[in-house]
Design a protein around this ligand. Structure first.
Ligand code: HEM
Length: 401
């Protein structure tokens, strides 16, 4: 028994020494004069686990220890985190000085090499132009709004007297409504195969890029392959028949003068994945939080209902919500702004240095990621008095409550 205890203690000491040595080795690997303060965690993994598990608390703890500009190693990259509003503004406004979008390798691999996050300069301009054309005011009026109206009526039509899992439903809503915008007619038939693969793709984009069986990264890459096959078949099928379509895919595929951006099939597919991806987590979580906040604040729900009922009174039940209906919906807009502020779905954005540079008196080496962390500004009591309160009236100029 005594021998067993000795072996156990020795093993424990050995494990502790190995861990300390690995942590120390990783710190030394990234030690360079002038780097921001901070810790780099474990070799390869860095501090990814803490970052994903603790979320905003990880950032707050590190800021308390190292100040508002510190280093870390997350999602496979050495990263400088900026929580300083002035520095954040400078970084976001200086793409030309070598501060370009810098999303994690897992995201770039899974979303594709033509994805807007993966391209810079003139290609980025071209991709952004093609995306913006899909959401121009004309497209919103003629295609997006009528389809959203039709989709939502259908989607909520059987919710009465049922217990609804809002998290599950808002995820489905965000994905299916985007799919309908992309491929109106075929969306119902491809959704069943597409949706589970899309969810795996999303998980894969926020993982360490380690291509081993059982990892989210491997599952994400596999899901991308299946999605590529579905979308390629869809494009071929449309080319093979003469039916005309009015949706985003039709616009991206069209070769007439209305479409300034003639994209290759690979670019079209990566654009579609971008639209689905960008609008998924953002819209689903914001909608879910709106339901929660309205549930927790019955008087705000009542005010919102009043605005909607006043609008509906002027319409027949089957009439859709239209572009001109949106402008007068001031309280609805305030609820959306307040939900976006309080829920803060996007904590920040990622940039990358194309050369070594000095920021706030520290050196950031070439190729490092910069996490421009903007979350805290939404809870600044000087900008938003009583910042943790859900108060849509704060967005209505001259009306306070
Ligand atoms: C609550 C909803 C949303 C939030 C909070 C949000 C937030 C953001 C943020 C913060 C960025 C900047 C990323 C960066 O600079 O690195 C961004 C970019 C982008 N978003 Fe959204 N987004 C939302 C909805 C959507 C939707 C529905 C779409 C799909 C049509 C979309 C498509 C995009 C695209 C394509 C970009 C990249 C633009 C570029 O690189 O030029 N977003 N979004």
């Amino acid at each position: 028994m005594a021998l067993f205890m000795v072996v156990l203690v020795l093993l424990f000491i050995l494990a502790l020494s190995v861990c300390t040595a690995l942590l120390r080795w990783n710190e030394l690997k990234f030690s360079k004069k002038g780097l921001p303060p901070g810790t780099m965690g474990w070799p390869i993994f860095g501090e990814t686990t803490e970052f994903l598990k603790q979320g905003p608390n990880f950032m707050k703890n590190q800021r308390a220890r190292y100040g508002s500009f510190f280093k870390s190693h997350i999602l496979g990259c050495p990263t400088a985190v900026s929580m300083d509003p002035e520095l954040n503004r400078y970084i976001l406004m200086n793409e030309a000085k070598g501060l370009v979008p810098g999303y994690p390798q897992s995201m770039l691999d899974i979303l594709g090499k033509c994805n807007i996050a993966a391209v810079h300069g003139s290609t980025h301009k071209q991709m952004r132009g093609a995306l913006l054309a899909l959401i121009s005011p004309t497209m919103i009026k003629q295609q997006l709004l009528p389809k959203i109206d039709e989709f939502m009526r259908n989607f909520v039509s059987d919710w009465d007297n049922k217990i609804i899992d809002i998290q599950e439903k808002t995820k489905q809503m965000a994905f299916l409504s985007s799919l309908k915008q992309i491929a109106s007619v075929e969306s119902t038939s491809i959704a069943q195969e597409f949706m589970p693969e899309f969810f795996k793709l999303v998980l894969g984009t926020l993982s360490l890029p380690i291509d081993l069986p059982g990892t989210n990264y491997r599952r994400g890459l596999k899901a991308r392959k299946i999605i590529l096959t579905i979308l390629k078949q869809l494009i071929e099928k449309r080319r093979g028949n003469q039916e005309s379509h009015k949706d985003m895919l039709a616009y991206l595929m069209s070769k007439d003068d209305n479409n300034r951006y003639k994209l290759s099939d690979d670019e079209i597919i990566d654009q579609i994945i971008t639209i689905l991806y960008s609008g998924y987590e953002t819209v689903s979580t914001t909608s879910m939080m709106a339901v929660k906040y309205l549930h927790d604040h019955p008087s705000i729900l009542e005010e919102l209902r009043k605005e909607h009922m006043a609008l509906r009174e002027k319409k027949r039940p089957e009439d859709p919500i239209e572009w001109n209906d949106l402008k007068p919906m001031k309280f609805t807009r305030a609820v959306i702004f307040e939900t976006s502020r309080l829920a803060t779905i996007v904590n920040g954005v990622l940039r990358k240095t194309t050369e070594e540079m000095e920021l706030n008196g520290f050196v950031v080496p070439k190729g490092w990621r910069i996490y421009v962390y903007t979350r805290e500004i939404n809870y600044d009591p000087f900008i938003y008095p009583d910042p943790l309160a859900f108060n849509p009236w704060r967005w209505m100029l001259g009306i306070s409550k």
